[in-house]
Design a binder for this molecule. Structure first.
Ligand code: M6R
Length: 369
């Protein structure tokens, strides 16, 4: 049931704090060590893994892109992310020391299933991150880490995405613990920060009025761009996908660093562009790089819709609208920054009179090639 919401999607967006909480539940023992009981892959195998390949489609693949940043940082294991339908028709370099992570909400996506089989044939161990108990992909994998988002009814994925990202963080921290890449105190600290995320997601939901109003004012928009760097890049891709599939509006996500390599030619007076700004407290001066990107597109007439951390005063002079999200560690930020983009797409589709739960031409699980 929709629980008083106008659509399943709207309800599922609001279920996200719970989805993340439930996905984190029962992952530690009394001493605070991470335990993944359902992971049936031998610890010695996991210690010897020298490469991780994430295979998935659509939104699940974007969760994999976020995972790459976190797992490489925490575990120092190279992580590749590949669309399952590309992986399965390649001659991928995988072997017994490769951990393939198949991410799928439904567990029934044909392309992902075929890629799982392809990987296992080459001797790789496959870990499924899945939301549906007993579905085909976990059954055919060596191990499974279930997300506990609950049934996702709307065709567009929302709470499953946050739960998938959360599960990959848990996996990354578990591998870091097992392989000694992080000190136990560091793992405990990050896990505590993760546990604080549901309340912060709730704060983003409580601030949704401005996003909704922005969407209502853009009912006639024909094109929206989404820009981000680092973990903000997959968030930009996901924001664009949500808008395409729900509102049938041309949308494109870019890595903001690519702007001057081509996409900036698209910017003209009035072009709407969401920009996901990293925390000013983060490493690598990424924050100032993104601020420069905002200035560059604004100088060419773009209307800038900026998602930034609370208290980030540097963005205000260059933003037409700012959507603020609570402070959190950089690697965990996608759990917050994607939420305004989900609400934006849902609201824009609604004001355009479209069926947000059942967009045209799409199926909830793609069980054919
Ligand atoms: O069930 P899966 O996670 O394997 O599905 C993968 C994609 O088909 C899915 O995420 C799709 O992109 C959604 N419509 C996105 O909202």
């Amino acid at each position: 049931e929709k629980g008083g919401f106008a659509s399943f999607m709207d309800k599922e967006i609001h279920d996200q704090p719970q989805a993340v909480t439930d996905t984190l539940l029962g992952r530690t023992d009394i001493a605070g060590h991470l335990v993944l009981d359902d992971l049936r892959i031998d610890e010695s195998v996991l210690r010897s893994v020298d490469k991780i390949v994430v295979i998935a489609c659509g939104t699940a693949a974007y969760a994999g892109h976020v995972a790459k940043y976190a797992i490489e940082h925490w575990c120092r294991i190279p992580v590749e992310v590949e669309l399952a339908h590309e992986f399965r028709y390649r001659d991928p370099v995988v072997n017994e020391r490769t951990l393939v992570v198949a991410i799928s909400q439904s567990g029934e996506t044909m392309d992902t299933l075929m890629a799982v089989r392809h990987a296992r044939e080459q001797g790789a161990k496959v870990l499924a991150i899945c939301n549906t108990h007993g579905s085909t992909i976990p059954r055919e994998s060596d191990a499974v880490l279930y997300t506990h988002a609950g049934p996702e009814i709307a065709v567009a994925s929302t709470k499953a995405f946050l739960a998938q990202i959360t599960a990959t963080y848990v996996l990354g921290l578990y591998l870091a613990q097992l392989r000694g890449n992080l000190f136990p105190d560091e793992i405990t600290e990050i896990f505590d920060q993760l546990r604080a995320m549901p309340d912060k997601i709730q704060i983003v939901l409580d601030r949704s009025d401005e996003v909704r109003k922005t969407a209502q004012d853009m009912v006639d928009t024909t094109s929206v761009l989404f820009l981000g760097r680092h973990v903000g890049f997959p968030v930009a891709l996901e924001g664009a996908l949500k808008l395409k599939e729900l509102a049938y509006i041309h949308a494109e996500g870019f890595a903001a660093g690519e702007l001057k390599h081509g996409p900036i030619a698209l910017i003209e007076e009035g072009q709407a562009a969401f920009v996901i700004v990293p925390s000013p407290r983060g490493r690598h001066s990424l924050h100032s790089k993104v601020i420069s990107n905002i200035q560059e597109i604004r100088a060419r007439g773009a209307r800038t819709l900026v998602i930034a951390e609370d208290g980030d005063d540097a963005v205000a002079p260059f933003a037409d609208v700012v959507f603020s999200v609570p402070r959190c560690p950089t690697l965990l930020a996608p759990l917050l920054t994607v939420v305004p983009l989900q609400i934006f797409a849902c609201e824009l589709a609604t004001v355009r009179g479209l069926d947000v739960d059942q967009p045209r031409n799409l199926a909830k699980s793609v069980t054919v090639e």
